[in-house]
Design a protein around this ligand. Sequence first.
Ligand SMILES: Cc1cc2nc3c(=O)[nH]c(=O)nc-3n(C[C@H](O)[C@H](O)[C@H](O)COP(=O)(O)OP(=O)(O)OC[C@H]3O[C@@H](n4cnc5c(N)ncnc54)[C@H](O)[C@@H]3O)c2cc1C
Length: 300
Amino acid sequence: MKPAPFKYLAPDTLAEALTAVQEHGYDAKLLAGGQSLIPVMNFRLAQPGVLIDINRIPGLDAIQGNGVSRGVLRLGAMARHRQLEHDPVVAALAPLIQQTMPFVAHPQIRNRGTLGGTLAHADPAAELPVVMTALQARFRLQKVGGERWVNADDFFIGLFATDLGVDEMIVEVEAPPLPPRTGCAFHEVARRHGDYALAGVAAVVTLDESGNCQSARLVYLNAGEGPVTAVKAAAMLTGETLTDDLIAEAAHVAANEEIAPESDIHATADFRRHLAKVLTQRALKEAGAKAAGKNQKAKR
Ligand SMILES: Cc1cc2nc3c(=O)[nH]c(=O)nc-3n(C[C@H](O)[C@H](O)[C@H](O)COP(=O)(O)OP(=O)(O)OC[C@H]3O[C@@H](n4cnc5c(N)ncnc54)[C@H](O)[C@@H]3O)c2cc1C
């Protein structure tokens, strides 16, 4: 299929892009990597009258860290998936992002797909919204004459739905520094490598000086209408020693009480819950071991 006719704009500056977004409103779509938008247009599920291509705007793909705000990772909205996968600053400040990127689609798609595009698209099966929620990142949204920051926790508001206003654009993502003794892990199961996953989880674990769990975050993909955070399971771990039994109990609670996966042609909801439980145990063990300075992968 070919898309319905549209007008193509290619602004050279952010100001021009924001003006075009304001002018055309609901009739316009921003074109970033095009890896989700173009297929949707080809199927005519979206028929924007105007495409605003933001690929020519300089500086929107910048990756910065360890600058004025030490340890804060700042990622431009047009940072490509492959940049996130290979950039040494990302690997040093937010290893969870780097660990997760090989699971996102295929190298060809990662060459084009962007951070801002995947966050705005808000697919509940996508990895980066989950990772950014687990890292407690925040997003800078800009429009003509103003900007605001929105926490990842508040940004994803439903199925393919976000807090982004019709006249706004994501320009930057900021991930706070990880506390000392923090380990992260991402695990997912897909039928074929590079497919959207059946289930997946990101875990971030911080240990206190005595080696007990000071805080934990568990965020799931394909477990609801957007990234799903397992608050109860994380609370069970806080202040405790991360034994295998406790991890198994927390994984059980997360998988059976906190996530809400759907059945579809790929897997039943029950199978997804089973996967989530197993993946949670792996992710927590790996994150806990990394936080304790044992840089090892969980056994499968
Ligand atoms: C075969 C295939 C397999 C894939 N597998 C996976 C996978 O396993 N996991 C995964 O996470 N993704 C997967 N994807 C999607 C891929 O990661 C896309 O790159 C991503 O979803 C969208 O990014 P994009 O830059 O291409 O955005 P685009 O397609 O250009 O845009 C997507 C939407 O975001 C809006 N938008 C873009 N940039 C901004 C911005 N800065 N501010 C506001 N709105 C904006 C657009 O208007 C559009 O509505 C797959 C894609 C394909 C084609």
